[in-house]
Design a protein around this ligand. Sequence first.
Ligand SMILES: Nc1ncnc2c1ncn2[C@@H]1O[C@H](COP(=O)(O)OP(=O)(O)OP(=O)(O)O)[C@@H](O)[C@H]1O
Ligand SMILES: [Mg+2]
Length: 292
Amino acid sequence: MIKLELADVGMRFGDVVALEGINLAVPRGSFVCVVGASGSGKSTLMSLVAGLTRPTSGEVRLDGYPVTMPGPDRGLVLQSGAVFPWRDVERNVGFGLELLPRLSKAERSERVLRYLEAVGLNEFRHALPKHLSGGQRQRVAIARALIVEPEVLLLDEPFGALDVQTKEDMQLLIRKVWRDTGTTVLMVTHDVEEAVFLGQRVVVLASRPGRVAADLSVPLGDHRDLSVKREDSFLALRAKIEDLVRAFHRTGGQGPRQVVAARSYTDSAARTRSAELSPPEPVEVTRPDSRT
Ligand SMILES: Nc1ncnc2c1ncn2[C@@H]1O[C@H](COP(=O)(O)OP(=O)(O)OP(=O)(O)O)[C@@H](O)[C@H]1O
Ligand SMILES: [Mg+2]
């Protein structure tokens, strides 16, 4: 069952074609990561799915209906880690629960406490955002999105401002929330290691225009702990995707065709190359129908 769908989505900003012909289906309950170089259109894609902006062509659909505005069914963590400056940590994190009248006061407090602990901010619960570090503010934003346990979680580089240890704690937290709640996650990141660790699928965006260059399944199973990052199969997939990101990153006068042609790839990457030279088609599209 498809939860979220981008059908031939394009987005132009004047002469800049940020996204073009994006077709992407995110099945209910799946975890899909989108990677791409800076400027490849990742945040633009997120903003369209969140309903913050409308595409200039094509359509974004949620449960089959066009997305026209933000909604409580989609929890969003932005790259900038935006929080309410006038609310303390506890009231920032609890914000979304105010919109859920079915919860009792005791249930709300319990949930706020649980998520404050999960992101390690319990002792800062009465602090205002201006007294927090960038990484702490980002964790407030993460807890605020997770606490409502939304049907869809949209994460735009949510861990970019965090140190490696905190980042890995947050990666484990996101995986736990995903597995416990059955939410559908779409996450964009430039961090390929993170994408492979978290995603069931990794979609690679090509730059200028932003297009789907590759769509690869991550055959690592559901029970992943951090040690998987050191396994050979993990490292090989990571290297392959990093090569793809680099190959499809248009820099200066050197376009992706030249870069791709100069490299040698495995079978699937060869198909990617032909996809690049002919009409853009996603390669290796896999639709995991269950959590493996
Ligand atoms: N509001 C806007 N007005 C004009 N151009 C924009 C706007 N938003 C994005 N763009 C352009 O669209 C392209 C994609 O930008 P986007 O922010 O989506 O990239 P990104 O993949 O998120 O990059 P990063 O990894 O640096 O966050 C860029 O060329 C950018 O200049
Ligand atoms: Mg971005």
